[in-house]
Design a protein around this ligand. Structure first.
Ligand code: 5GP
Ligand code: ZN
Length: 112
């Protein structure tokens, strides 16, 4: 058991609608979507935040961006595009302290 919600999803202890998986990354639907397509892309290794990121975490975070590319292509957004958000710390709006990239696509995705 883990008290990190996203580690729980990675361990298949918590349910989630999984959209993409590889050896380093898992991606699943956000439970409270803020766009027609709203997917969270997380490294399988627990990294709390970009604010706690170490040099050895750079590769898994880069792999999250490659997963975003793959998801965009698989879902038909390779031409239209999408938004990627990373919230960092309390004033950055981070609620879950397992680093994640928000993939937002399909119409208005909250520019600003
Ligand atoms: P942030 O930490 O970047 O502000 O956002 C956390 C995001 O995770 C929110 O958009 C929230 O809806 C989503 N979220 C929080 N807990 C869960 C969960 O247990 N499962 C899923 N699928 N999404 C979650
Ligand atoms: Zn975690």
């Amino acid at each position: 058991m883990t008290d990190c919600a996203f580690c729980g999803i990675i361990a298949r202890e918590n349910p989630a609608d999984i959209e993409y998986e590889d050896d380093a990354v898992l991606a699943f639907k956000d439970i409270y979507p803020k766009a027609p397509v709203h997917i969270l892309i997380v490294p399988k290794r627990h990294v709390p935040s970009v604010m706690a990121m170490e040099r050895e975490d750079a590769e898994v975070l880069g792999r999250c961006l490659l997963a975003a590319r793959a998801i965009g292509e698989a879902k038909g957004f390779a031409e239209r595009g999408y938004r990627l958000h990373v919230h960092c710390g309390p004033e950055g709006g981070q609620l879950v302290y397992h680093v994640h990239v928000h993939f937002l696509a399909g119409g208005r995705t909250g520019r600003g």
